[in-house]
Design a protein around this ligand. Structure first.
Ligand code: FES
Ligand code: FES
Length: 156
């Protein structure tokens, strides 16, 4: 067991965890933040995507003990009094059906928009499709997800 301290959605958290505890498990089972979904558990589907120190990370393949001192944001932490523009855009553009992949899509979408804006590059629909390589949706056919991210990019 190892004692870890991190900031999750702006709140300081300190817990003893088994060394093999995955970040997804830590978030869902220790902190009850069940908005982070687990689809494949093998780093393929992206449903478990969260931000660690501002960057997208697949929490199903990250050990909680490796994040001592880190800042973690989950889907529960992106709305700040009102929905995040990425959440609004997914709603407005029908970017989801069952919603299982959606927390991961939103976390990846926010990270990609931030990265492209910081580098001054244009986030084209081709670039969004390429960036979404690690996020799988079994319902939507991706068209509306791409539209949602483009819409949010214009507003973020
Ligand atoms: S559950 Fe982590 S990538 Fe699928
Ligand atoms: S909306 Fe159902 S898996 Fe993406």
């Amino acid at each position: 067991m190892t004692s870890i301290k991190m900031t999750v959605n702006g709140k300081s958290v300190e817990k003893e965890v088994a060394d093999q505890t995955l970040l997804s498990e830590f978030l869902r089972e220790n902190l009850r933040l069940t908005g982070t979904h687990v689809g494949c558990d093998t780093s393929q589907c992206g449903a478990c995507t969260v931000h660690v120190n501002g960057k997208s990370v697949k929490s199903c393949t990250t050990l909680a003990v490796s994040l001592d001192g880190a800042e973690v944001t989950t889907i529960e932490g992106v709305a700040n009094g009102e929905l995040h523009p990425m959440q609004v855009a997914f709603n407005d553009n029908h970017g989801l059906q069952c919603g299982f992949c959606t927390p991961g899509m939103i976390m990846s979408g926010i990270d990609m928009v931030n990265r492209y804006k910081a580098s001054g590059q244009e986030l084209t629909s081709d670039a969004i499709r390429h960036e979404l390589e690690g996020n799988i949706c079994r319902c939507t056919g991706y068209h509306n997800i791409v539209k949602s991210i483009q819409d949010a990019a214009a507003k973020m």
